[in-house]
Design a protein around this ligand. Structure first.
Ligand SMILES: [Zn+2]
Length: 595
């Protein structure tokens, strides 16, 4: 039946995608079954049969060889060898990719993991399914943009010889490397956790592009946290892995499991450690405060969110017993998936546009939950507050800021439809928002969401408006060495979340320290606090730059570096823009010093 559909039919069906059940989609040929490794085949040992699993990927009307879909293109170019491997062929009639038996190491080609065209399909299907997961109405409820011009993220499954992997915005690509002797190659493009980790970086970069500006250790660590938690969550969503996890943990997800540890096989072969990181990490802000390493810091948030989830699941278990319901461990874990994706990823919409700190995320988690469950019937937010506190992450459910805002009358319909109208709104309310009078502001993002609860009811539609401006920060004094006399850039701005009636649900911001002009008493004291917070941000930035310089984590790089295969150690890359220094993160899988 499926071969009778033409492109128009598929486009119509695609638009109705969210209305159809999984079974209906399969019956209509809207999904294609693809075999992938849902865990690292090098680590799984006896689990190998279970980790080679069939997942269903949306069948798009214009799929092509590569694979190439509307948002992703696999380009199998090995820069070390200067070889472009033949791309897997898409058979539109049969609705499948034809993996050539000649597409890899022929001697070993009987195994999936030695066929390069299998690698191409494996990596495409995993990235595609993670992107779809983020875009569903249970998570972001909108299409997730990429952080670069153009609409296709390039995936390079065999970028060259190295034991690492990167997301690189400038080449619009995820680059996955291989290492080890020729007859025992370890391919990172077969490691689900590594692929998912880099995809998490790419997706976050689209949602909050300024987070790649290296303004503080916590901002860089936040990128690593989202990348790691994407990998953990993507594994938890898989039916086979959840079944294995149910057997391993009996529903106590605070226990060691196949899901909680990251990139086990890769780690064993590259560093000799059991895994690169684990969601079971016990780290706190206090325990990592002397470590100048974003990977160490990221473990605080990853561990905190996994602990929150495990405590909420344990509480849910008790509630079910009390209510006389006998849900299986497997059902309980499915409930955890639905809860987890909302708690972890939906707060991203509330976050400020730049310089995110752990406490911003903790506040966003609480605020996003408050919007959906104002009564918090089972007091899950108490668990969240308690865990954040124990991990040393300051948080508050701050609605006072929102209540104190007293905007000039505005029409939310005009704001939501036009960036220029959104700009006028921000400009007219500069004093309320404590934006210095002389600063030129930009509307950096304007979008709406359409989210659903697991029971099918709708969230209030959210309209998200982000604005930014930059303030120059002079690097003065010999502590800045060769940068003495140059300027860096303090990125300031805010995110305002409205509901569709125009009520403000949240305002999270990064104040600056420029002069505010206001004659009203209440505003004067409010803006004074903001300027103080801005001054602290400026001092923190200066300190951070000095720390980087002291450790030698600083260097300018040439513009021709941004090509596939031309990789550099991502200690800290800097450029000059409009006369100021911009530090930039190039997210990879692990720290070079781990080796
Ligand atoms: Zn990373």
């Amino acid at each position: 039946m499926k071969s009778k559909w033409n492109v128009t039919d598929y486009i119509n069906l695609y638009q109705a995608n969210h209305l159809l059940s999984k079974d209906n989609k399969a019956a209509l040929g809207m999904v294609i079954p693809v075999k992938v490794y849902i865990q690292d085949p090098y680590a799984s040992g006896t689990l190998e049969k279970q980790v080679l699993s069939e997942i269903q990927v949306a069948r798009e009307p214009e799929l092509m060889n590569g694979p190439t879909s509307s948002r992703i293109a696999v380009v199998d170019y090995d820069a070390d060898l200067n070889v472009l491997a033949p791309a897997v062929i898409w058979n539109g009639k049969e609705g499948c990719f034809e993996i050539s038996k000649q597409s890899g190491n022929v001697r070993l080609a009987e195994k999936h993991k030695d066929l390069w065209q299998f690698h191409q399909v494996n990596v495409w299907a995993i990235v595609q399914s993670i992107l779809s997961m983020f875009e569903t109405s249970f998570v972001l409820g909108r299409s997730a943009p990429w952080g670069f011009e153009g609409n296709r993220l390039i995936i390079v499954p065999h970028a060259g010889y190295m034991d690492n992997a990167f997301y690189d915005r400038h080449s619009k690509s995820i680059q996955l490397y291989y290492f080890g002797p020729e007859n025992e190659r370890i391919y990172t493009c077969l490691d689900h956790d590594i692929i998912a980790h880099e995809t998490g970086h790419a997706i976050l970069d689209g949602l909050r592009p300024y987070y790649l500006e290296d303004s503080s250790l916590q901002t860089t660590a936040f990128h690593e946290f989202i990348a790691d938690i994407t990998a953990v969550f993507s594994a938890l969503r898989n039916n086979n892995l959840r079944q294995i996890m149910a057997e391993q943990t009996q529903g106590n997800i605070a226990k060691e499991s196949v899901v909680a540890n990251l990139a086990e096989g890769f780690s064993r072969y590259s560093t000799g450690k059991e895994y690169i990181r684990s969601a079971l990490a016990k780290d706190t802000v206090d325990s990592v405060k002397d470590k100048f390493c974003p990977y160490e810091w990221s473990k605080v948030l990853t561990g905190a969110m996994w602990e929150i989830l495990s405590r909420i699941v344990a509480k849910r278990k008790q509630i079910l017993i009390k209510e006389g319901r006998g849900d299986s461990v497997y059902q309980l874990l499915w409930w955890a998936v639905m809860r987890f994706q909302r708690i972890i990823f939906q707060p991203l919409d509330f976050l400020p546009p730049a310089d995110v700190q752990f406490s911003d995320y903790a506040n966003a988690v609480l605020q996003a939950d408050q919007v959906i469950y104002p009564d918090d019937k089972y007091q899950f937010r108490e668990i969240m507050r308690d865990v954040f506190k124990q991990r040393g992450v300051y948080c508050e459910e701050c609605c006072e800021d929102v209540e104190s805002l007293n905007f000039y009358p505005y029409d939310i319909r005009r704001i939501m439809l036009s960036r220029t109208d959104a700009y006028h709104f921000i400009n007219q309310n500069r004093r309320q928002l404590c934006i210095p009078a002389n600063q030129d502001i930009s509307v950096s993002e304007l979008y709406q969401t359409d989210k659903t609860l697991p029971n099918g009811s709708k969230h209030p539609r959210e309209i998200i408006l982000q604005y930014t401006w930059r303030e120059d920060v002079l690097l003065k004094g010999k502590q800045f060495g060769h940068l003495n006399g140059e300027s860096a850039s303090l990125l300031c701005g805010g995110t305002i979340v409205f509901d569709d009636r125009g009520n403000v649900l949240s305002w999270m911001r990064k104040p600056g320290c420029g002069k505010q002009e206001t004659s009203r008493k209440r505003l004067r004291s409010h803006c004074k606090q903001e300027v103080e917070a801005g001054q602290k941000r400026k001092d923190d930035l200066l300190n951070y730059i000095k720390n980087r310089l002291d450790r030698g984590y600083f260097g300018f790089i040439d513009d021709d570096r941004f090509e596939i295969g031309k990789t550099i150690k991502p200690v800290c890359t800097s450029t000059r823009s409009d006369g100021t220094i911009r530090m930039e993160v190039r997210p990879n899988l692990r720290h070079w010093d781990d080796a």
